[in-house]
Design a protein around this ligand. Sequence first.
Ligand code: PEP
Ligand code: MN
Length: 334
Amino acid sequence: MIVILKENHTPQQFDSLCGWLKAQKLDIQVNRGYRQTVLGLLGDTTQLDADLLRALEIVEDVKRVSEPYKKANRKFHPANTVITVGDAEIGGGEPVLIAGPCSVESREQILAIARLVKDAGAKLLRGGAFKPRTSPYDFQGMRAEGIELLLEAKKDTGLPIVTEIMDISQLPLFADVDVIQVGARNMQNFELLKELGRGDKPILLKRGLSSTVKELLMSAEYIMAGGNSKVILCERGIRTFETATRNTLDISVVPVLHELSHLPVIVDPSHATGVYRYVKPLAVAAIAAGADGLIIEVHNDPEHALCDGPQSLKPGAFAEVAELVRKITPFAVR
Ligand code: PEP
Ligand code: MN
């Protein structure tokens, strides 16, 4: 339930209302906007008389919320959430570019790519250390050593790093990681989401291969319910009947998620398509639709990449995408 307060209420009226609501065993999420204060009531509100609340001097309006996600819901929190990482403000209006290889492969590889993507305008460096591969015989990532190398690249370039966690047991290795990625395959690993919710690091939450928007938002809710409100939603293509591309990029979720949630929404055109030639047009489409950023795979030698070479951009092509993003940003629909 949402309670919108009148603009000119007194602190006494506010305290008295909150005291009464707490006595009803409800948690109160207070959102103070520029002019209006909105209370989100969490807990069992079925017994609460909305008309009684509405009649109070301090109350402007009361709305029941039917969606099961509360903390991720824009109705509870009308203003956009902005997540600051290094120089980047994700959700702050300027699209943020995250770029780097699918996997960290060596010191030379990650340092070279980090410098190149930084020069092209990336604000964060991506790179997998723990890789969820379909085949157990494929390269599984450099694991702890991969994280060490990412940290070295961070020190060298100043770029904050984004890397994927696959299991709670790996969490101690992520102490200096700036943004923890939960990959598509782990979107509903609820124990992992709960653990990440107890921390305060930004979480890049990728949409599951066959997950609905509601399921994605419920996974965000798992993290937020634990107290961590820094969740970045990521559309990375979903599985459909179409086989011409690796997945089908669901561009429509950009405006849909922005309407339903206050969390930033970014798009991954690399995993969405699986083909480097399609990354640029879909990156442009995502920005035009209002995405808060892009996460793009970039490799300096894609032909020999240990993972996802066919969808990786060479640094020059990434620089072209970055330039195009800057040009179309003023025309993006928000
Ligand atoms: C990745 O970003 O490296 C990755 C594995 O992506 P996804 O979880 O979207 O497949
Ligand atoms: Mn990849």
